[in-house]
Design a protein around this ligand. Structure first.
Ligand code: 6PG
Length: 481
């Protein structure tokens, strides 16, 4: 009997996806460049379902029913292209190739076009949830042609995480849309993690609480609005002690955050689109700062602090302030991420349904959270919501956290605690709600040194002032400007 779906690339993510399909009763063709990995999968999990192993790519392809559905789960980059090249001559019209790795979306757009020329469907799909998610139910964000989803979608929905009986998988949009949305998911993941880290640091430095005590605070938080996978694992990490020394484990980890690049891609794309995703950008740069060793070495002990003694009078009230600041900053990060999805959707012609994205992020993925229900509801109220932050629910929620948020950011500044994500999110909030911004002055400066022109509040058109001469003003035709 032919297999319904195939997975090539059996490192941990590919392996777990294959097992997930098998556990759901699908016959799964499996293939790996070196056969030992295939054998070990069969030895470890062969009894979980029906696996159809092959040693060669040709046999693997031949073991699949048509239209063939082949999932590539190899390292993003040249390895993916190599597998695609190998597959193309073996496949037939309407077969579907799925790249479920963290590919960069421009690569996905290129590959989709390449396979289309061969009459094949290429589906770049985000898959989130790490190893455990892949095995037990990830959040899945497939792009590519809508037609491919007809045949592929039901299988993916079957293995995806479920929330209230709904699968955390839906068709995202054409070509690179799926990988794009996964990229922004990861950007938000960076922001979420940085905000949590800042909250931890504030409580630690503000109250002197131990890691174990802070773990308890996070456990409590996880029972309210902040309930999420990342808060939950943070509590677990903070409660963990080193087996050898008995010390808080977190204190023994080198404080240099690494990244594989999805956060950086998110920020690069936001710069291209001109979308201010300050929370995600600060989170990405905070990782970069932590790894800037020569700079940190040069600054340590040399740069003055001039801080005030931190005087937290009421510990519980302070912790509650931090919780509210975290919530408000988190809303900003998501609002910015959804803005980026909207901008990209318009720019690349993807027609992405933001409410549906929030819905499929409710379960399975790294940023899964109770809060995402609220985002889905906001987009249900208004599908084209221009600013998530300005949705009635979120505007109220953030508004009622505002005093706490300002106290925390002000306190952190006075006490010399770096809170790049908390502070920049508050600055964004104040910027986006401002009646008038100093951008007017920037326009005048640009016109002064570069004759770049400006618009006026009191009349239409573009203008230039002769700054270095008689300061007379000329109105310009718009195409001249
Ligand atoms: C997920 C994760 C996953 C991976 C990140 C880690 O959604 O399952 O986001 O994709 O853990 O890529 O990213 P960094 O190494 O860049 O922190």
């Amino acid at each position: 009997e032919l297999a319904q779906i195939g997975v090539t690339g059996l490192a941990v993510m590919g392996r777990n996806l294959a097992r997930n399909f098998a556990r759901h009763g699908h016959r799964v063709a499996i293939h790996n460049r070196t056969y030992a990995k295939t054998e070990s999968l069969l030895a470890e999990a062969g009894s979980e379902g029906t696996f159809v192993p092959s040693r060669s790519m040709a046999d693997f392809v031949a073991s699949l029913e048509r239209p063939r559905r082949v999932i590539i789960m190899v390292k993003a980059g040249p390895a993916t292209d190599a597998v695609i090249e190998e597959l193309i001559p073996l496949l037939e019209t309407d077969d579907i190739v799925i790249d479920a790795g963290n590919a960069h979306f421009p690569d996905t757009i290129r590959r989709e076009a390449q396979l289309k020329e061969h009459g094949l469907h290429f589906v770049g799909s985000g898959v989130s949830g790490g190893e455990e998610g892949a095995l037990k139910g990830p959040s899945i964000m497939p792009g590519g042609s809508r037609k491919s989803y007809e045949s592929l979608g039901p299988l993916l929905e079957d293995i995806a995480a479920k929330v209230d009986g709904e699968p955390c998988c839906t068709y995202v949009g054409p070509d690179g849309a799926g990988h794009f949305v996964k990229m922004v998911h990861n950007g938000i993941e960076y922001a979420d993690m940085q905000l949590i880290a800042e909250a931890y640091d504030l409580i630690k430095q503000g109250t002197g609480a131990s890691a174990a005590e802070i773990a308890e605070i996070f456990r409590t938080w996880n029972e309210g609005d902040l309930e999420s996978f990342l808060i939950e694992i943070t509590a677990d990490v903070l409660a963990h002690t080193d087996a050898e020394s008995g010390q808080a484990f977190v204190d023994l980890i080198l404080d240099q955050a690494e990244q594989k690049g999805t956060g950086r891609w998110t920020v690069q794309n936001a710069l291209d689109l001109g979308v201010p995703i300050t929370g995600i950008a600060e989170a990405t740069f905070a990782r970069a700062l932590s790894g800037s060793l020569p700079q940190r070495e040069a600054a340590r002990g040399k740069l003055a602090a001039h801080t005030q003694a931190w005087d937290v009078q009421d510990r519980d009230a302070f912790v509650e302030d931090v919780r509210q600041a975290l919530y408000a900053s988190k809303v900003v990060a998501y609002s910015q991420g959804f803005d980026q999805i909207a901008a990209a959707s318009a720019e690349y012609g993807w027609d992405i349904d933001r409410g549906a994205m929030a819905r499929i992020w409710r379960g399975g993925c790294i940023i899964r959270a109770r809060f995402l229900n609220r985002i889905t509801e906001a987009y249900e109220r208004e599908a084209d919501l221009p600013l998530l932050l300005a949705d009635d629910y979120f505007a109220d929620a953030v508004g009622s956290s505002l005093a706490a948020w300002r106290r925390v950011v002000a306190g952190a500044a006075q006490n010399g605690i770096p809170t790049p994500a908390f502070s920049s999110s508050l600055a964004y909030y104040d910027g986006v709600r401002a009646e008038r911004l100093p951008a007017a002055l920037i326009q005048a400066q640009r016109d002064f040194f570069g004759a770049h022109t400006y618009r006026r509040v009191d009349k239409p058109g573009s203008f230039h002032t002769e700054w270095s001469a008689d300061r007379s003003e000329t109105a310009l035709d718009d195409d001249e400007a």
